[in-house]
Design a protein around this ligand. Structure first.
Ligand code: 5RP
Length: 227
């Protein structure tokens, strides 16, 4: 994807907001990729940051770019996290996990002071859920979880890596991609799903975004702050 694509424009804009000395959460996915690349350039130019990655892929990229990574033992909060989304609604609720990193992304978001959501405008929706909702589950007994998801009115697909292998997250779990569209009450659905034994995390990020940066086709960005 080129540097002038909407995803690149949003990612680069967000990376330019990072200031010296900050602790930065590194998102996962094709939009976060551009932010991490830009941060790498800025680090090479002397920017001093410490970063927490949300996936093995983002950790690998950060290491290649000589971005300093730290552990949670060393910090109690994160200044800025820059991450993508599969969907975001008008209330800044996000649906995430298309790239499979929802669990680490949510842990990182939970201690982030300013969560910056970077998207192209195809991700802005009125109602969440057209994109299948990722639910991370432990492999043991996953069909039990799946039946509970059906009981809540959804249906699911067990995510595959290829024709004969299940997709495995960085945490050793499976993902059920669920259809609850249109999600009428996202906070309630998140709670109901998290009550199912065997569910590790749900790709609904309720009120977790503080800033939304949308990359436009004309290489500009639209920036909105959550009120
Ligand atoms: C990964 C995610 C990503 O942020 C989401 O899938 C968007 O990805 P992309 O920027 O590639 O469209 O939640 O788990």
């Amino acid at each position: 994807m080129e540097q002038s694509s909407p995803k690149a424009v949003a990612g680069i804009y967000a990376a330019n907001l990072v200031e010296d000395g900050m602790v930065v959460g590194l998102g996962t996915g094709s939009t976060a990729y551009f932010a991490i690349k830009r941060l790498g350039e800025r680090v090479a130019d002397g920017l001093n940051i410490s970063a927490i990655p949300t996936s093995e892929a983002s950790a690998k990229l950060a290491k290649e770019l000589a971005i300093k990574l730290i552990d949670f033992e060393n910090i109690s909060s994160i200044d800025i996290t820059i991450d993508g989304a599969d969907e975001i609604d008008n209330n800044f609720n996000m649906l995430k996990g298309g790239g499979g990193a929802l669990l680490r992304e949510k842990v990182v978001a939970s201690i982030t002071r300013r969560q910056i959501c970077i998207v192209d405008n195809s991700k802005i929706v009125d109602k969440l859920g057209k994109f299948p909702l990722p639910v991370e589950v432990i492999p043991f007994g996953w069909p039990v979880v799946a039946r509970q998801i059906e009981a809540l009115g959804g249906n699911y697909q067990l995510r595959q890596r290829n024709i004969s292998e299940n997709y495995i997250t960085d945490n050793g779990n499976y993902i059920l991609d669920c259809n609850f569209y249109p999600i009428a009450d996202a906070p309630k659905l998140e709670k109901d799903l998290k009550m199912i034994p065997g569910v590790v995390e749900v790709g609904l990020f309720i009120q977790m975004a503080h800033t939304l940066i949308v990359g436009n086709d004309d290489r500009t960005c639209t920036v909105k702050e959550h009120k």
